[in-house]
Each structure stands twice: as structure tokens, then as C-alpha cells.
Design a binder for this molecule. Structure first.
Ligand code: SF4
Length: 361
């Protein structure tokens, strides 16, 4: 592929790291003159297309990701970006499925397309971010390092703006839209719920509305303010990991153990919900640790597991029961806190007086 002989087009699947990193890739590829084609939002078809390609035990996010690759192929996209993110910091690793994503796609998806694969492995020598970026655009004939470096700055700008807006309390959709439009605003959207819940999971579980059955919308409709890892800084999550006596091993340890540790300590949070995919090895370890430690913080915790067969009715019932319990707990806490002696008790006697007056007649 030569840079100047054809239009630069890259397909990005709306799955896995899309939910955390798309803003970077948007800024980076756009600055290099690429036209970006995104797969469509997840549907039932996306799930069944992906599920048909792998064994049942594979986790839902990977099945969904494969469905998005099929969607891009159907759209006629020839070059699909499938990075292999091995390690994001020295000795901090991703799960084997994320590490081997390009190999998985190559082996199970048949079609006329190229996999644009680049490897980020910060635990290996000479595998830093710039090597990763160079590898990502080399197949398109882009090798000018200064150009790549400049484009990465644009990527970081969009990425940082998105995270600033998320941390200010903006909703995911608004922050993403603003960041992609080059806007930065820190007006937080007023939270009006009576209960505060921390939703602990990966971006691809909670911001893919089909995968999580719109859990955030459902909670908000129940009068709940929802907090996630995207509202926290790395330092807060690092501190959260220490609070749970853990150490950072998995690449997504920040958004799981770190966010849970932070919110367990946070007095404004009434309860924690963890959402994981059936068959996820790293989550089963991290959630076990979160569950054990949550007892020391005396904070209610609900563990939800999803796969492509999860029924919405049962899912909602469990959510409602948990939120109902949190409301009751909060109400009794408030009543106990009230100092009844502060108020003068005056029985309401008007009704009795009226009745007695009527009897005299
Ligand atoms: S971390 Fe868990 S959910 Fe994510 S890809 Fe790996 S196994 Fe699947």
C-alpha cells in the first residue's frame, strides 16, 4: 500500500478497547488523513455473528468484537485495525484473548480484508508506544516519524479532552460526542438520584448498550446516580488497589480493583455493582478479591454476570431488588440519625375533636 496512490481508509470495530481508546485513534488517524469507518452499534445480529465463530466458553466481549469485524467486512472495509495490546506497562498484562486478538481474528473470520495489526508490549524491549504507532500505519506507507509523532499529539488531545469531560461528571455519550467534535466543556450534568452506586466493569461491558442491556439507563430510571472508573484519575485507582491490599497485575486492574477500592472507601457511595462476562478469567480473580474485601467496608455488593443468553427480565429483577434494599438501608440510616428529641411532638387532635364535636350533637 502506498500513502499517495490511494485513499487512506481504516475500519475500527466498535468493541473491546474502542470504549476507552477510540478518542485517541480518532485524533491520530484523522491527523494522518485517514477516513475512519466504524462498525455499527452492537445488535442481536452482531452477537450471533460473532458467537457462531468461536466456542461457547469464549467471553461475550470477544464474541461481540468478532461480530463487529463481520459488520465491517459487510460494509466493504478492506483494512481493519486489530491491535494486539500485550502489556500496557512493565509487568502489567492483558488477558490472553486481548493479547492474541489479531491471531484469533485471522483464524476464525473468513473474508477479503487485511488485518492491520500492531503490537504494544511495554514489558518487552523496543516495544514502546511510538513503535506501536509506527507499526499501525506502516502498511499504508506512512513512515515519516515526525508526522506520526505530531498525529499522536492530536490523538492525545482528543483522548485527554474526553477523559476530562468524563471526570467532570458528564455522561459517556455527551463526552464522546464533544471530544470527537473537538470540544472541551466541563459542565457536569446534575445528578438528581437519591442513591449512589458504583458500577465496576470494563468499558466494553458497561458502555455497549446491547451487551449490558442499558444498565446505566435502567439504574438512572430507578433514581440512582451511577459512578464508573471513567470518573476517576489513575492516582485514585492506584490508591483503590492499595486499599484492597492488591497489586496491579492485569491491564484492566485499574477499572476493576482500583475503581472498586476507591468507591468502597467513598462514603457517598451506597452500594457497588460488579458486571462481568461469563468465562472471564481475570474478572473472576479480581471480583473474588473485591467481594471478600467489601465486607470490611460494610458496603452492599451485587455481582452480575452476563453472556449472550442473559434474559433481561431476570437481570432487571436482580437490579430492582438490590436498589430497593439500598433505598431501605439509606432510609433507616437517615431515621436513626434524626434526633427525635429536637422536635416537640404535638399529636394531631383535630380529627378527634371534630368527631367528638359531632357526637355531642
Ligand atoms: S478480560 Fe475477560 S472479558 Fe475481557 S477479553 Fe479477557 S476474558 Fe474477555
Amino acid at each position: 500500500m502506498s500513502e499517495n496512490t490511494q485513499e487512506l481508509v481504516i475500519g475500527i470495530p466498535r468493541g473491546m478497547s474502542y470504549y476507552g481508546n477510540y478518542t485517541f485513534w480518532y485524533g491520530f488517524f484523522s491527523a494522518l488523513g485517514f477516513k475512519i469507518i466504524l462498525s455499527d452499534p452492537t445488535t442481536k445480529q452482531t452477537m450471533s455473528d460473532g458467537s457462531a465463530l468461536v466456542v461457547t466458553e469464549t467471553c461475550l466481549p470477544i464474541k461481540i468484537y468478532l461480530g463487529h469485524i463481520i459488520n465491517l467486512i459487510k460494509k466493504g472495509v478492506k483494512n481493519v485495525f486489530v491491535p494486539s495490546i500485550q502489556s500496557i506497562a512493565p509487568k502489567i498484562y492483558n488477558c490472553s484473548k486481548i493479547r492474541g486478538l489479531p491471531d484469533l481474528v485471522r483464524n476464525v473470520v473468513k473474508g477479503d480484508f487485511n488485518i492491520i495489526e500492531a503490537t504494544l508490549d511495554k514489558s518487552a524491549k523496543k516495544q514502546g508506544l511510538y513503535e506501536f504507532l509506527k507499526e499501525s500505519v506502516k502498511p499504508f506507507g506512512i513512515t515519516d516519524f515526525d508526522k506520526i509523532k505530531k498525529a499522536s499529539k492530536q490523538g492525545w488531545k482528543v483522548y485527554n479532552n474526553f477523559h476530562i469531560m468524563m471526570r467532570s461528571g458528564m455522561s459517556y455519550k455527551t463526552a464522546l460526542k464533544n471530544a470527537l467534535e473537538g470540544k472541551l466543556s466541563v459542565d457536569s450534568e446534575e445528578k438528581t438520584g437519591l442513591i449512589n452506586v458504583a458500577l465496576i466493569s470494563h468499558g466494553y461491558n458497561i458502555y455497549d448498550e446491547r451487551a449490558c442491556m442499558k444498565i446505566i439507563d435502567k439504574l438512572e430510571k430507578m433514581g440512582v446516580n451511577v459512578f464508573t472508573a471513567l470518573q476517576l484519575t489513575d492516582e485514585q485507582m492506584e490508591e483503590g488497589i492499595s486499599a484492597l491490599g492488591a497489586r496491579r497485575y492485569w491491564a484492566n486492574e485499574y477499572e476493576m480493583t482500583g475503581a472498586a477500592g476507591h468507591y468502597l472507601k467513598d462514603n457517598k457511595i451506597d452500594g457497588i455493582i460488579t458486571l462481568n462476562s461469563f468465562g472471564c478469567g481475570p474478572d473472576s480473580l479480581m471480583i473474588e478479591n473485591i467481594t471478600r474485601k467489601s465486607k470490611h467496608f460494610n458496603k452492599p455488593l451485587l455481582v452480575l454476570t452476563i453472556d449472550e443468553h442473559t434474559g433481561e427480565a431476570g437481570f432487571v429483577t436482580r437490579l430492582e431488588a438490590f436498589i430497593d434494599m439500598l433505598f431501605r438501608k439509606k432510609r433507616s440510616k437517615l431515621i436513626n440519625k434524626m434526633d427525635i428529641n429536637e422536635y416537640e411532638y404535638k399529636p394531631q387532635t383535630n380529627i378527634c375533636e371534630t368527631v367528638l364535636a359531632g357526637m355531642d350533637k
